[in-house]
Structures are given as structure tokens and as C-alpha cells.
Design a protein around this ligand. Sequence first.
Ligand SMILES: O=C(CO)[C@@H](O)[C@H](O)COP(=O)(O)O
Length: 236
Amino acid sequence: MSTPTEVPAALRAAVDAAKERVAALHAELPRWELVVWTAGNVSERVRDERTPDGSADLLVIKPSGVSYDDITADAMVVCDLDGALVEGDRSPSSDTAAHAYVYRHMPEVGGVVHTHSTYATAWAARGEEIPCVLTMMADEFGGPVPVGPFAIIGDDSIGRGIVETLRSSRSPAVLMQNHGPFTIGKDARAAVKAAVMCEEVARTVHVSRQLGEPLPIAAEHVDSLYDRYQNVYGQH
Ligand SMILES: O=C(CO)[C@@H](O)[C@H](O)COP(=O)(O)O
């Protein structure tokens, strides 16, 4: 599908609402100490229901290298799912290709986040998955946080590594080797939550391993904890 030259009128309100949400969610990255400087990004899919296969969907993402203090709804940029700019006067995030690849190949995903949060990135530097030794991990990740392949920014290789890894896992987070965590969710807020929880469990398991070997949780307990948290926990 060719790149639209502007946001379709039918998506205008949805895009503007997504810009407000995604701009506000970028403030959560420094708030939860997931980033230094500008080293993280959040995006959200805007679905075009007129095209059922999702090929006309758009994504809203931050402009590259812009301070979180300066990220406003008006500063956000809009791209198509090939990563081509549709609206905005600044270059989109340098990870736009990875976000776009995930949206193209995982239609259920509505939000993507990338950070270089310290503890999760330390596990990524070792190419080591975070073992499922906490009930919080069973709740949020349904098992270990997996590692994805080493991939250089600039083409589809990061996105491909994210999708190939997460397709065979319940986890909404993947530790891209030597790079850092990417997370997904039904929307941008869910993906930000996964990034916060990924850093928290990375830190906790790291601390635990300083004084011994953490104990694994039996698979049947992981399954029941995951089911409860995903389907019962919270307000309904
Ligand atoms: O990993 C990288 C760069 O290697 C990126 O994730 C940046 O750290 C954030 O880039 P922008 O979203 O500001 O373009």
C-alpha cells in the first residue's frame, strides 16, 4: 500500500487522541528510571477499520533525539506501517522500523516500547534470559523474559528478532542481545507497564543471584498465576 500523504480524515480524531496518550506515556520512562537522556521510545498503533488486514494502520511515535521535557502531543510524528513519515515536521524515532515491523507482523499488538533500562540491559548484554523465579514474573510474563538475537539498527532485523522471539513466548518483553528490552502490549500503556515490570524483575533477580541461586517456580504454578493475573486481577 502506498504511503498516505496525510492522515485520513476518518482517522484524524483517533490519531490526535493517540498523540496525547503517547506523549504523556513518554514521561513515564524517566519517571520509572527506565531511560537516560533520550534513550527510549513509545509508540501506539492507530487502526484503520476500513482496511481489515491492518495494512492501512498508522503508528504514532516520538521524534528522534528529543528530550522528554519537550515531548508534547504536537511534537509526535505519525508513520505508516512501513515506517514512512505521514505527519510531523521532525524525523521519527530511530527505532521506528522495529516498531513498524512488529505492528505489521503481530496484528494483536497495539503498543511498543523500547528502553535501555539498566538491569534488563545488563541481562541483554550477557544474552541471558531472566528466569521465572518470581510470582510477579509468572503474573506479567507467564515465564522467563526471553533473549532475542543481536541485530543492528537500520533495517528490519531488530523487528524480525523481536517478532520471532515473542511469537514463541507469553512474555510481552524481549531482551535484544547487547541492546536492551523491547516490550509490546494491547496499547501503549500496556507496553510501558511491561517495560516497568521487566526492569523491576531484572533488578530483583539480579539482586537475588548475588547471594545464591534463585528457585524456579513449577510450570503448573506459573500457568495458574499467569491465568489469574491476566484474567482476574484488578478491577473488572
Ligand atoms: O538504541 C538506540 C540508538 O542506538 C535508540 O533506541 C535510542 O536510544 C533512542 O532513539 P530515538 O527514539 O530518540 O531515535
